[in-house]
Design a protein around this ligand. Structure first.
Ligand code: NDP
Length: 241
């Protein structure tokens, strides 16, 4: 895939899957606009791939339009930034629930609205990938808000695909299972914890961030020109095991 001449906005580009996606897009010729909230991450990334940057906390959904308008137009959007607050269902509170929903669901929706309005006004087509999770279709203890946010993101993905297909806009999500970002390495380094989960994955291992990034790039690419509205498991077969 050659992305020369294309511009991609990637959120959550400071670390993990978003950073891997930004680097891979840049290595294949795209100009990346990297969005995250940590200025040090943006500085180190822009040294690595010479990207444009937006520093903001996406929980402030009302600020998205103003922050993003100056970098438009872009050809592609990857909504990757995500967060969680671990709480049992019974102790979940509305404030924390809304925080997770704002970052994981409302911000991707608002960002996509800003970009799609720009595409429609310029007569451009484009592709969007929302980074969801296998948690979208599962009930994970202590993940009430996270599971709800990712299920809602998949639902919005489908609505967007239906409404915007006639305008040449494709929208898909990827649904990874455990991915060994730096934080993932820490969380899953104990074989006693990781073993039973890996045992349920037919390919018997967790993911590298680059393996999720490859799936994202495929869905962004013209090779996926007739793929829209799907939630693609990137999970070593966990969804069907
Ligand atoms: P990381 O924590 O490694 O990276 C997330 C990036 O998003 C960081 O740069 C982070 O910045 C940024 N970010 C988080 N919240 C905000 C915010 N409010 N505003 C702006 N930027 C923000 O996460 P992963 O790479 O692991 O996760 C990326 C996506 O993949 C998420 O949506 C996650 O839900 C999903 N996912 C991850 C899985 C995994 O096992 N890792 C499995 C399934 C899905 P900062 O460092 O400042 O917080």
């Amino acid at each position: 895939m050659d992305w020369t001449g294309k511009r991609a906005l990637v959120t959550g580009a400071g670390k993990g899957i978003g950073r891997a996606t930004a680097i891979m897009l840049a290595q294949r010729g795209a100009t990346v606009v990297a969005l995250t909230r940590n200025p040090d991450d943006l500085a180190s990334l822009s040294q690595e791939i010479q990207c444009e940057t937006i520093c903001m906390d996406l929980v402030n959904v009302d600020a998205i339009s103003e922050k993003v308008t100056s970098v438009l137009p872009v050809d592609m959007l990857v909504n990757c930034a995500g967060t969680t607050i671990l709480q049992s269902f019974i102790s979940s509170n509305v404030q924390d629930f809304n925080h997770v929903l704002n970052v994981n669901t409302v911000a991707p929706m608002v960002l996509a609205q800003v970009i799609i309005r720009d595409w429609l006004s310029r007569g451009l087509k484009g592709a969007i990938v929302n980074v969801s999770s296998d948690a979208a279709r599962r009930g994970l203890a202590s993940h009430t808000a996270y599971c709800a946010s990712k299920a809602a993101l998949d639902a919005i993905t489908r609505v967007m695909a239906v409404e915007l297909g006639s305008a040449g806009v494709r929208v898909n999500s990827v649904n990874p299972t455990v991915t060994l970002t730096p934080m993932g390495e820490l969380a899953w380094s104990d074989p006693l914890k990781a073993g039973p989960v890996k045992a349920r994955i037919p390919l018997e291992r967790f993911l590298a961030p680059t393996e999720v990034a490859e799936a994202i790039l495929f869905l962004l690419s013209d090779e996926a020109s007739m793929v829209t509205g799907i939630s693609l498991p990137v999970d070593g077969g966990l969804a069907i095991s």
